[in-house]
Structures are given as C-alpha cells and as structure tokens.
Design a protein around this ligand. Structure first.
Ligand SMILES: Nc1ncnc2c1ncn2[C@@H]1O[C@H](COP(=O)(O)O)[C@@H](OP(=O)(O)O)[C@H]1O
Ligand SMILES: [Mg+2]
Length: 358
C-alpha cells in the first residue's frame, strides 16, 4: 500500500509549522511562553504548530480523522488567555496566507478546536496521525535544536514519518566534517514504509547527499541535552565499554534521529529515570526515519549498509499500538544492526554494574 498522498500532505504541514516556529523563535516574547501543569514549558509556537498541522491534515483527510498530539486547549480557554489565543490565531492565519494556496481565515474558536482534535487515544485499529508540534521545547527556548515531528500509524504500525528540523545544519554535525564551511541550516527528513528515508533542505526541494561515517569506533553517540531526560552517567559508561572515543553529542528532540539517519552518529542512547512514561509522539516519526532506510533509498551510507534499528533497552521493537504512551520499562536504543550485539552487551553490563534492572 502506498501512502504517497499522506506523505506529501505531512511534508507540507510540517514545513509550514516549522516556518511558524522559526518566526516565533526569532523574536520570542515573554508572554509567548507558558508553563503546563506538569511544569514543562509550552509556547505559542507549540500551540500554533499543532493548530496548523491539525487543520491542514483535517482539510485533506476529513473522513475518520484521528490525531494523537501533545497539546490541548485547556489552559487557553482559561480567563486571561484571550490575548495569547489571538496571537496564536494570527500566527496560524499568517502561515496559511504566506503559503499562497489557502484562502481561509480561522477564528480563535477554529484554532482551539483544531488544537483539541489531537485528543485521540490511538490504538491498534485504523489510522492515526501522531504529532509533536514542537519536540524539544526546552531546546527551542534556548535557541537550540527542536523538531516538528509527524507520523502516521496504520493498524498500530508507523507507516510514514516527517521530521522538520529548522536549526539542524544541512551538513554533518559531528566528526571531521563538523567544520564544513557550509553553515546553512534547516532539514526535512521523511520516510515511508518500504520507501526509504530522504532528507531535503526545509526551504528547498532537491535532495542532498550527506557525508558518511565509516568507522563505528570513531562515530559519535547522541543523547538528550537535558540531563533530566536521560541518565548521562550510564550512557557514558556504555560508551566507554564500547570503546567509543568521541565525546557524546547532546541535542534536544528527534533531531537526533534525523542526524543519525544520515550518518552523523551511530548510536542514540535514551535512558530515562524509572517512572517516566515515554509518549508515542516523541518517537514515532524519528523511529521510521531511522528504521525506514534501505540500501537503495537512504541518504546515509553507514546506517543504510547495516540498517537502522530502534528498540527498547532489552532489544524489543517499540510498540506504537497501545495508545498515547509507549509504556516501556526500559530506555530506547537506536543503532545499526552491526553495532547491535556489542551495544546491547555494553548496556546489560552497565546496568548490572550500576545495579539497575531492565
Ligand atoms: N523526565 C523526563 N525523562 C525523559 N523524557 C522527558 C522527561 N521530561 C520530558 N521528556 C520528554 O523529552 C522530550 C525532549 O526530548 P529530548 O530529551 O530527546 O530532547 C520532551 O518533548 P517536548 O519538548 O515535546 O515536551 C518530553 O516529551
Ligand atoms: Mg512537544
């Protein structure tokens, strides 16, 4: 089955949302940033991105539309939030107008409704879109990396994924190529089941060929920038056992999956503390961008030769069919098939050494 129409719509929606985010990141107002009740930050760009993607996908695929997305409009419907809702609405309408192919103007209520369309519970039946409107909000606020991450599930499996990464350089971010004179940023990664993974500039249309990591021992490994999101001491022990020489590359969001898919690194280790529940929108698009690659279509020589794998820390594939959460007891490991056995050995030994269980 082909998902070409869905992929084209997803690329367009994620690109437009990324443009909205770039605009906000450039001139971030204090009032643009709010705090959710779990105390994590949320911005007008998170809401605007979700409203925009939700609206565009619903226009395109109205029948049985289902979206699982991170944000909801609860805080925006509270007293005193009118001004921020108007700001979000203007951002969404400006983005639609800037594209030229839409002649609609959304009301504030349309925008709130579009945000709330993301409340689906997902599951193993039917099709569900999965959206993180800004993955890496903390990175976004720091002026660092973030991604608009959009995927489609069909009967519980990820069948396409798009990662819009506005601040990721077009060329390799680690190793010898790091000092490339080309400092253009903005990448769009996309993958469709059976179709391979591609990357193109966010504001262009030609595919780019990126450099490849050839020696796994020299390859960088990736982890979260935020120490609260992943145990850095444990991943450093794992890397040491593997003999990885390069220091870890710490970055926010699923940009890590995108960068890994093109060979900027060979390993991504994510080891949250016990009790944290991973959400499907934080991994759906990234996982297919890495694992959707094959020898003929991938932009990445190193991973494509070996094949990208995304599993939990015990080596099981991630299960996206169980609703909004991944419900893993363990962390997430991303690598290629060749490195898998030695990496999992190092993971097991390190967990034992730190007296942590899988
Ligand atoms: N304590 C925690 N442990 C693990 N992940 C966490 C966390 N708190 C937040 N996160 C998730 O980490 C995501 C960012 O990923 P990364 O750690 O790779 O930069 C956040 O996405 P949002 O920014 O969309 O909220 C959030 O979902
Ligand atoms: Mg988010």
């Amino acid at each position: 089955m082909s998902y070409d129409k869905e992929l084209a719509a997803a690329k367009k929606a994620a690109s437009l949302a990324a443009r909205l985010c770039q605009k906000v990141q450039k001139v971030l107002l204090q009032s643009d940033v709010q705090s959710k009740n779990n105390r994590s930050p949320v911005t007008v760009a998170d809401y605007g991105s979700q409203a925009l993607v939700s609206f565009l996908l619903q226009q395109e695929f109205p029948a049985g539309f289902s979206l699982i997305a991170e944000e909801d409009s609860k805080d925006l419907r509270k007293d005193g939030a009118q001004e921020i809702v108007e700001r979000i609405t203007k951002l969404v309408n400006d983005s639609l107008t800037s594209d030229g192919s839409y002649s609609v103007t959304l009301s504030t209520e349309d925008v709130l409704k579009a945000i709330d369309s993301g409340k689906s519970e997902g599951g193993s039946e039917g099709r569900h879109w999965v959206l993180d409107p800004i993955d890496g909000t903390k990175g976004f606020l720091r002026g660092d990396q973030y991604a608009v991450a959009l995927a489609l599930l069909d009967r519980g499996k990820v069948v396409l994924g798009v990662l819009a990464c506005p601040n990721l350089p077009l060329t390799c971010i680690s190793g010898a190529d790091r000092h490339s004179p080309n400092n253009e940023v903005g990448c769009l990664f996309f993958a469709e089941v059976g179709g391979g993974t591609y990357m193109q500039p966010l504001d262009g249309s030609s595919t780019v060929q990126v450099s490849a990591v050839e020696n796994p021992e020299e390859a960088s490994f990736f982890e979260s920038y935020e120490a609260a999101h992943s145990m850095h001491d444990l991943s450093s022990l794992i890397a040491q056992k593997l003999g990885v020489k390069a220091p870890p590359v710490r970055m926010d969001s699923q940009v890590k999956y995108g960068a890994l898919s093109r060979g900027d690194g060979a390993i991504y280790i994510r080891l949250p503390r016990k009790g944290y529940r991973e959400k499907i929108w934080d991994h759906a698009a990234g996982s297919i961008v890495v694992s959707g690659m094959d020898q003929f279509h991938s932009v990445c020589y190193f991973l494509s030769k070996a094949g990208g794998v995304v599993t939990d820390a015990a080596g099981n594939p991630l299960d996206f069919s169980r609703g909004r959460y991944l419900d893993l007891d363990t962390g997430i490991i991303v690598t290629n098939q060749k490195l898998m056995p030695s990496l999992f050995k190092a993971v097991r030994e390190s967990l034992e050494e730190k007296a942590l269980s899988l």
